[in-house]
Unconditional design. Structure first.
Length: 320
């Protein structure tokens, strides 16, 4: 009997729903959990001693999975732990640290196939790491500056002439109860006249890369699914995430040097899944921007019929 596939994701994550549906269609045994269910709806019992590595089970009111039997883990942005009412703030923070170290520690120790292991994801989410590794793997990258010194920004812009500013980490923040996104901004000379605030934290600047279009390259194991993204507005041309309504999509092929470099990059980052973004210039050259180890893919599949959910399920089953 095939080993169970452990799916760790938010309960309302609909792309994961599609993967689980595909896995069950194939007859796979799936145990899905959300860390938000621990400890109220999900329980853990794990034991280790000199005779054996971690044994035990994860269980809900209706189902259980033996940790020793797990063959693959699909890890995709699960929710935060939820504790019973009545805990003080310090008590809840302490309980969360214990849950993270206990449940997270045991799960992280499982010696099986991962897409992707949280430790690998944590490292890969650092853009400076991505850019350094991409460069080492033969991928073209834009000139990049990370600084909190205004004069360095001015010198960088003087040297390159045309630069953009973008977040170093997640572009999403919550302010006043509202979800907001910080988009890539192409800087005008007037934007450089007052750089107060630069010294408050790290900022990322890159040379503007002339573009014909962009590519979302979804990598699943050794397979690659490339979708060209054509922006129909100035805002979309600057950052396609800022104007989804103006976008048009088409399938495209991946140049061999890019495919070779991306496979090497994925191995160096320890990832089996990644959503990479590239700019394709007027001469056809591909410039690497970033790879998201938990990037969205469902809307690309919907727009292009690229079989990404099927490829994820295929890989999770251990197929090659």
């Amino acid at each position: 009997m095939a080993a169970p596939i452990l799916v760790i994701a938010a309960a309302d994550d609909w792309p994961t729903d599609r993967v689980v549906t595909e896995l069950r269609r194939r007859g796979a045994e799936v145990f899905r959990m959300d860390t938000a269910d621990f400890p109220q709806r999900l329980s853990l019992a794990g034991r280790i001693d000199q005779e054996a590595a971690w044994t035990g089970a994860l269980s809900t009111e209706h189902r259980a999975v033996d940790l020793v039997r797990v063959g693959t883990v699909y890890y995709r942005s699960p929710g935060a732990f939820r504790f019973p009412d009545g805990l003080s703030g310090p008590e809840e923070r302490f309980a969360a640290s214990q849950a993270r170290a206990g449940l997270g520690g045991i799960l992280s120790s499982l010696k099986c196939r991962w897409m992707n292991h949280p430790a690998s994801m944590a490292r890969a989410e650092y853009k400076p790491v991505q850019l350094a590794e991409a460069r080492n793997c033969g991928l073209r990258i834009p000139p990049t500056l990370i600084t909190n010194r205004p004069q360095d920004v001015l010198d960088f812009a003087d040297a390159l002439g045309d630069v953009v500013c973008k977040p170093v980490a997640s572009p999403v923040l919550i302010e006043g109860g509202l979800l907001k996104s910080v988009y890539t901004k192409r800087l005008k000379r007037a934007d450089l006249h007052d750089l107060r605030g630069i010294d408050t934290t790290a900022h990322l600047f890159q040379g503007w890369v002339a573009k014909e279009y962009e590519v979302r390259l979804t990598v699943v194991g050794d397979r690659m699914f490339a979708a060209a993204i054509h922006a129909g507005s100035d805002a979309g041309h600057e950052d396609w995430r800022s104007d989804y309504g103006s976008l048009a999509y088409s399938r495209t092929s991946v140049p061999t040097p890019v495919a070779v470099g991306m496979r090497l990059l994925m191995r160096r980052l320890g990832l089996r899944y990644g959503a990479a973004d590239f700019v394709v210039g007027p001469g056809g050259g591909w410039t690497f921007l970033e790879v998201n180890p938990c990037g969205q893919w469902d809307w690309i599949q919907g727009a292009t019929d690229l079989p990404i959910a099927e490829a994820i399920a295929h890989d999770l089953e251990g197929a090659t």
